[in-house]
Design a binder for this molecule. Structure first.
Ligand code: F6P
Length: 547
C-alpha cells in the first residue's frame, strides 16, 4: 500500500479550490443545470441494487477530482493487495482475507505456504453437516430432547453481524429460535434464560480470541447452570456447547468437544467475521443453502469492487463522496435509514464496521493526521425516524449526509403499507434535497401580532440541500443482503486506504478493557482506593460505601 498523505496530493488541492466554488450552491441549481443528473449519477448492481447518488452536492468535476484522489492514493493496488493476501494489517502483522470466506471460484490462496482456501471449505462443510443435524431434529440434548433454541454468546463482531443478518432475513427463518446474548450485564443472559429450556438449547460460544471478558463470563454462567443439575454429566457438555473461534487451545480448555469446534482464523477481522464460523447462528437460523447465497451475494460484490472502473464502482464512489462531506464540508456524521422493519439492526452493525475500522488518528507514516478520518455513524429504521429526529435534518444547523435503503418488493404485502412506505422514502429524499419555497404573502388568521403575521412563514421554511444516497433493493434476500454488506465493507476499506490510516486494528478499545481488569481487582479488595485519579477513587469509594 502507498502511504500517501491525501492532503498533499494534487487532487486534494484541486478539490479544495473546487469546494470553495460550489460550497454554497444549492442542490436545486445542480439539478436545474443538468437535466441528466439522475441518469449520470446512478448505478445498478446486477439489476438488484439500484443506487441513485444524484442528490449529492457534487458535479462531474467533483467526481473527476475525487476519482483522481483515489488513483493518486494507490487505491487500485491496495485493493489487489487485500484480495491477494498481502499483510496489509501492518499493526497486527496479518493479511486481511475475509473475501476468501466467500470465494466461490475456489481460487487457492496461500499464507506462508499454507492453502487457506482448503480450510475454509472444511469449515463450511462442518457448518453444513452440524446445522443439518440440528435443524432436522437429529441432535439431542442431555435428556434426549431435540433442539428448539440456539443462543449465540458473543460481543462486537461476534454478535452484531449475525444478529443483524438473522433479523434482516427473518422471512427465511426455520423452526429454530435463535437468541443473542452479548452484554456483561447479567440481566441480558437472565432474560434469555427465562425464554428457553436448557435441555433443548445449544449455546454457541462465539469469540475469535476466546478471552473476551463479556463472552467468557456469560459462557461460564451457562456452563455452571448445566453442571448444577445432578443428572447432567460433564460429557453432556458436548450436547449443548459449540465453539466458534480462532483459538483452539482456549476452546479445549473451556471443555468444549473438539468435534464441536468450528474454526476460523487470525486473518479474519472480528467485524468482518459474519462470513466465517461466527455466522453459524445464521446458518442455523436460515439453513446452509441460504447462508451460501449470502456468501454468493458478497462474492459478486467483491468482484464488482475488484473489476469495475472507479467511476462505475459503487463502494469506491460511496467512499469518495463520504470523504468529500467529511473533509471539505466538515459534516462529522453520516446516517443510514432502513425502510425495512427487519433491517432494524443494520445501522448499529455498521457503527462497528465504520467506527472501529476508521476511528483512527495516526496515519500510516506514524503521524497524527491533520484531517478528518472516520465519521460518526448512526441511524434507525425509516418512518420511525421521521417522527423523532428528522426535524433536525430538515431545519437544524447540521449537514448530515444520509443513506436511504428500501426494498422494492416487500416480504409482507399487507394492504397498501408498502406503497405508502415507498412514498415516504421518496418524499424524504426530495424534501431533504430541495426543501420548500414558501409563499411569503400567504395570509394567516391565527396571529394578531403584525410582525408574527408577516414573518411567521420563516419558521416553516426547510432549506434543503441535505445530501442523500437512495438504495432501491429488489428484495431483501440472502443474496442482496450479502452484496449490500460487502458493499459497505469495501466502502470503509476504500476510505481507510485514501485517508492513509490502518483500518484493521482496534487498539483503542484495549485501554478500557485493561483498566477495567485492574479496577475489578481493586473492587474485590474492598479497601479504600487511592491508586487512581481523585474522581475514579471517589466513585469507587462511594460505590463501596453503598454496597
Ligand atoms: O473489543 C473489540 C473487539 O476486539 C472487536 O473487534 C471484536 O469484534 C470483539 O471485541 C469481540 O472479540 P472476540 O470475538 O475475540 O470475542
Amino acid at each position: 500500500m502507498k502511504n500517501i498523505n491525501p492532503i498533499f496530493t494534487k487532487s486534494w488541492k484541486k478539490l479544495y479550490k473546487h469546494f470553495l466554488v460550489i460550497k454554497d450552491k444549492h442542490m436545486k441549481d445542480f439539478f436545474l443545470e443538468d437535466v441528466n443528473r439522475f441518469k449520470k449519477f446512478s448505478l445498478s448492481f446486477k439489476d438488484l441494487i439500484f443506487l441513485d447518488f444524484s442528490k449529492n452536492r457534487i458535479t462531474d468535476k467533483t467526481l473527476t477530482y475525487l476519482i483522481n484522489l483515489a488513483k493518486e492514493c494507490g487505491l487500485k493496488n491496495s485493493i489487489l493487495s487485500m484480495f491477494n493476501g498481502k499483510f496489509i494489517n501492518v499493526t497486527e502483522n496479518k493479511p486481511v482475507l475475509h473475501t476468501v470466506l466467500r470465494n466461490f471460484d475456489k481460487k487457492n490462496i496461500f499464507i506462508n505456504g499454507k492453502n487457506i482456501s482448503k480450510k475454509v471449505f472444511q469449515s463450511l462443510k462442518k457448518m453444513k453437516n452440524i446445522s443439518n443435524f440440528i435443524i432436522n431434529k437429529k441432535w439431542r440434548g442431555y435428556t434426549g430432547k431435540y433442539i428448539t433454541d440456539i443462543v449465540n454468546i458473543g460481543i462486537g463482531g461476534s454478535d452484531l453481524g449475525p444478529l443483524m443478518v438473522t433479523e434482516s432475513l427473518t422471512p427465511y427463518k426455520n423452526r429454530l429460535k435463535v437468541h443473542f446474548v452479548s452484554n456483561l450485564d447479567g440481566s441480558h443472559i437472565f432474560q434469555i434464560l427465562k425464554k428457553i429450556n436448557l435441555e433443548s438449547t445449544i449455546f454457541l460460544i462465539s469469540s475469535k480470541t476466546f478471552t473476551t471478558q463479556e463472552t467468557m463470563t456469560n459462557a461460564k454462567t451457562v456452563k455452571k447452570l448445566f453442571l448444577k443439575n445432578s443428572n447432567f454429566l460433564k460429557s453432556d457438555l458436548s450436547k449443548h456447547f459449540i465453539a466458534l473461534s480462532a483459538n483452539k487451545n482456549k476452546v479445549m480448555k473451556f471443555g468444549i468437544d473438539k468435534k464441536n469446534f468450528i474454526p476460523f482464523w487470525d486473518w479474519v477481522g472480528g467485524r468482518y467475521s459474519l462470513w466465517s464460523s461466527i455466522g453459524f447462528s445464521i446458518v442455523l437460523s436460515i439453513g446452509y443453502d441460504n447462508f451460501s447465497l449470502l456468501l454468493e451475494g458478497a462474492y459478486d460484490m467483491d468482484n464488482h469492487f475488484l473489476n469495475s472502473p472507479f467511476k462505475k464502482n459503487i463502494p469506491v464512489l460511496l467512499a469518495l463522496i463520504s470523504i468529500w462531506y467529511n473533509n471539505f464540508f466538515k459534516s462529522q456524521t453520516e446516517a443510514i435509514y432502513t425502510y425495512d422493519q427487519y433491517m432494524h439492526k443494520f445501522s448499529s452493525y455498521l457503527q462497528q464496521l465504520y467506527m472501529e475500522s476508521n476511528g483512527k488518528r495516526i496515519d500510516r507514516n506514524f503521524n497524527v493526521v491533520s484531517f478528518q478520518t472516520g465519521s460518526i455513524i448512526w441511524g434507525e429504521n425509516g418512518t420511525n425516524s421521521q417522527h423523532s429526529f428528522f426535524q433536525l435534518l430538515h431545519q437544524g444547523t447540521k449537514l448530515i449526509p444520509s443513506d436511504f435503503i428500501i426494498p422494492i418488493h416487500t416480504h409482507n404485502n399487507i394492504n397498501n403499507h408498502h406503497i405508502k412506505l415507498i412514498s415516504h422514502f421518496f418524499a424524504q429524499t426530495k424534501a431533504l434535497a430541495f426543501g420548500n419555497s414558501l409563499n411569503k404573502n400567504s395570509k394567516n388568521k391565527i396571529f394578531k401580532n403584525k410582525e408574527i403575521k408577516k414573518k411567521f412563514f420563516i419558521y416553516k421554511e426547510c432549506p434543503g440541500n441535505q445530501p442523500t444516497n437512495s438504495f432501491l433493493i429488489d428484495k431483501i434476500t440472502p443474496y442482496t443482503l450479502g452484496a449490500l454488506i460487502a458493499m459497505y465493507e469495501h466502502k470503509v476499506f476504500s476510505q481507510g486506504v485514501i485517508l492513509n490510516i490502518f483500518s484493521f486494528d482496534q487498539w483503542g478499545v484495549e485501554l478500557g478493557k485493561n483498566i477495567a481488569k485492574d479496577i475489578l481487582l481493586t473492587l474485590k479488595k474492598k479497601n479504600i482506593s487511592n491508586k487512581y485519579d481523585c474522581s475514579t477513587n471517589g466513585l469507587i469509594n462511594f460505590y463501596n460505601s453503598k454496597k
